[in-house]
Design a protein around this ligand. Sequence first.
Ligand code: ZN
Length: 242
Amino acid sequence: MKILVISDIHANLTAFKTVLEHAKKQWDYVWCLGDVVGYGPDPNECVDLLRSMPHLCLAGNHDWAALNRLDIRTFNPDARKAVQWTQETLRADVVAYLEALPTTFVIENYTLAHGSPREPVWEYILEPLVAGLNFSHFATDYCLVGHTHQPIIYEQIGEEEATAFPPKYDRPIKLNGHRQIINPGSVGQPRDANPKAAYAILDLENATFEHRRIPYDIEAVQERMRAHDMPERLIVRLEHGW
Ligand code: ZN
């Protein structure tokens, strides 16, 4: 079985569709690591498309923000404005779908979380130090996370120590038995100075993980965001990948 691993679609239907076209029929099931909505102009459409496929999906902090489960006074003004727009735009059935999402999932040798196994909705794993402290918080060999919008692999090298590897794109990398925390990157709002949509293919039988990047029509998304009067900073960041 092959898994399409995606995260942080952030209501960007153009990027999401481009990823699906690029990945074609090379997968059997979708694992989505959260933040389907928030920031982008197509929250209902992205949830509809995700629900049309065999999949499991976790809750991200922006999904919770859209459900009013968070105090968004801590968000910056642009993010807050986007959350409010999303709240006003979501259909009732989409709200019900988001409300039912779990925060973690364990399947075979993989633990899934949006942020980290220690703090599934919140924690950003942005450095080996934080990754290292998370290895004692899951029991499987591998953990898949999103949230930072940066593709990366952390490998455990001591009880609470990890080292980081940048992704090698477009070739399956053998999962080598060393415990790892892997981030596929973000479909709809990459933040590693590369504006291309990120996703990954996990081959369960052969135990390989392949990071991929694909350009998409950023201007089409920006046009829809401007039509909805969304904050300019959120519109511009898509073309810069931050
Ligand atoms: Zn996100």
